[in-house]
Design a protein around this ligand. Structure first.
Ligand SMILES: Cc1ncc(COP(=O)(O)O)c(C=O)c1O
Length: 479
């Protein structure tokens, strides 16, 4: 175990860890360790208060890290384009719902690589599938057929229909969620061109506040958040946004010029907001009236996360989409995304309309076949429901215990959001320094999106830490 004897707070240019001084320039240290001014304030505050002794006894505290960590961060900071605030830990391996850092400290992972590692980390079965396929064929391009892309498409279509999902017919494979949405938006634009709208243009796309659909130019245009969009304007034209769950606005915003509406049945990044059935039903009805396509982005909320294969399986047929986009857990972390469409949408897409070099490669598709079969098992889905209910009830209990701090608990299955009355960002570090990884979302929300294999005892362990840190946070706010 490594212990820091001193940790320079006032002068961030050096950190003395395990008796060694590591020189880090203030800027690099800032970049390498915390990248946000709030970190400095947080550490400084914690040192100035009675938390000083506690920090030293917490083995997961950032200051009690391995000397190699700072060396590595310092080195990497010089070469990496920094677009993320990352904590000063380096994770090296995982097992199930746990990950380990360079100092071999164990963290319970309630983030799952942002709703990706549904089957947890280092799953032995998936590792052997990937290893076996890597010895055969990793990549071919779509210029040739492989054994697995078609089989995966067939599986996705069949289980969607059998499970009471939308009228799925055909699949296009991408490499990420953003790319799946980008492709879906292109399909919709083509739809708009082919629909006879009395000679008028039909390329409008409607999305909603708090949505997140990705960072490429089309997906970004559908993500109406100034912090994501402003630096990259001008955006792709034709995109407008409305208010999530606002039925009254639908007839005005979804009109004859609209080719598609894109919506998350449960918004993840926006703060875990669940769409009302009436709202989705009204969207479906209006899309039918104006001959626009309805796209459900289930990149975060799909593939078992809500306790059914798809979030829209909780909804009546009268809400179902024309296009479904998916990614994140599809191959449990090996990059792959997909667009699933109905037959009438697939019919308009012709050879040469869209493409990708890596999409549908045999390694990703074979991995996804194995993952999807396991996610779609009654045992796993029932685990999501039971552990999800346990967590939801416990978070509700905490909401009643800390009414001035917690305003709402939202979500379904293992996509849960706890909204706070103040910025909950400090909770992330408080949790990590007690061995729990949690993340935030917009609207002052802490997001709980663990692996779907999370056991009840692990959930209990996580709740214990969450209760402890909320208590600390509550006291800080009362002082
Ligand atoms: C709902 C939703 N759509 C799209 C994306 C973008 O997916 P990716 O990061 O795989 O490109 C995300 C990612 O968080 C998401 O949550």
């Amino acid at each position: 175990m490594f212990r820091s004897s001193t940790f320079s707070i006032n002068n961030l240019s050096a950190a003395k860890i395990s008796g060694r001084i590591i020189n880090v320039s203030p800027i690099l240290f800032q970049r390498a360790t915390k990248q946000s001014p709030s970190f400095t304030r947080r550490i400084a505050t914690s040192v100035m208060t009675d938390q000083k002794t506690e920090q030293k006894t917490l083995i997961h505290a950032d200051e009690n890290t391995n000397p190699k960590t700072l060396e590595l961060l310092n080195k990497q900071a010089k070469y990496t384009i920094n677009t993320y605030n990352r904590p000063p830990i380096v994770l090296t391996k995982g097992k199930g719902c746990w990950v380990y850092d360079l100092a071999d400290r164990k963290f319970l992972d309630f983030s799952a690589g942002i709703a990706v590692n549904a089957l947890g980390h280092a799953d032995a079965e998936l590792a052997s599938v990937i290893a076996d396929q890597a010895t055969k064929l990793i990549h071919l391009s779509n210029l040739y057929h492989n054994e697995y892309a078609g089989e995966l498409a067939e599986l996705l279509v069949n289980i969607t229909k059998e499970g009471g999902g939308f009228d799925a017919a055909r699949v296009f494979f991408s490499n990420s969620g953003t790319e799946a949405n980008e492709g879906a938006l292109k399909f919709a634009r083509k739809w708009g061109k082919l629909v006879n709208n009395g000679g008028k243009e039909k390329y409008g796309v409607v999305s909603f506040n708090n949505a997140f659909h990705g960072r490429t130019m089309g997906a970004l245009a559908a993500t109406p958040s100034p912090k994501y969009q402003a630096p990259f304007s001008p955006l792709v034209p034709g995109f407008i946004h409305s208010i999530y769950n606002d039925i009254e606005k639908i007839p005005e915003v979804v009109n004859e010029n609209t080719c598609a509406v894109i919506v998350e049945p449960i918004q993840g990044e926006g703060g875990v907001w669940v769409a009302n059935v009436d709202f989705l039903e009204a969207l479906r009805k209006r899309c039918n009236e104006v001959n626009a396509l309805l796209i459900y982005d289930e990149i975060q909320c799909g593939l078992g996360r809500t306790g059914k294969l798809w979030a829209h399986q909780h909804l009546p047929k009268s809400c179902h989409p024309d296009i479904l986009t998916l990614a994140k857990p599809l191959a449990n972390g090996f990059p792959i995304g997909a667009i699933i469409t109905t037959e009438r949408v697939a019919d308009i897409i012709k050879v040469g309309d869209h493409g990708t070099t890596f999409g549908g490669n045999p390694l990703a598709c074979r991995a996804a076949l194995s993952v999807v079969r396991r996610i779609n098992s009654p045992e796993l889905l029932s685990n999501v429901n039971s552990v999800g209910s346990y967590l939801f009830n416990e978070l509700q209990r905490l909401a009643s215990k800390y009414p001035s701090l917690i305003t709402t608990v939202r979500g379904k299955g293992l996509i849960l959001g706890v909204q706070f009355s103040v910025d909950p960002t400090p909770l992330v570090a408080l949790a990590r320094e007690r061995g729990l990884l949690i993340i935030t979302a917009s609207n002052q929300t802490v997001r709980i999106i663990p692996p779907l294999i999370l056991k009840k005892e692990e959930a209990q362990h996580g709740v214990k830490i969450i209760e402890e840190i909320i208590d600390i946070f509550d006291k800080q706010h009362k002082n």
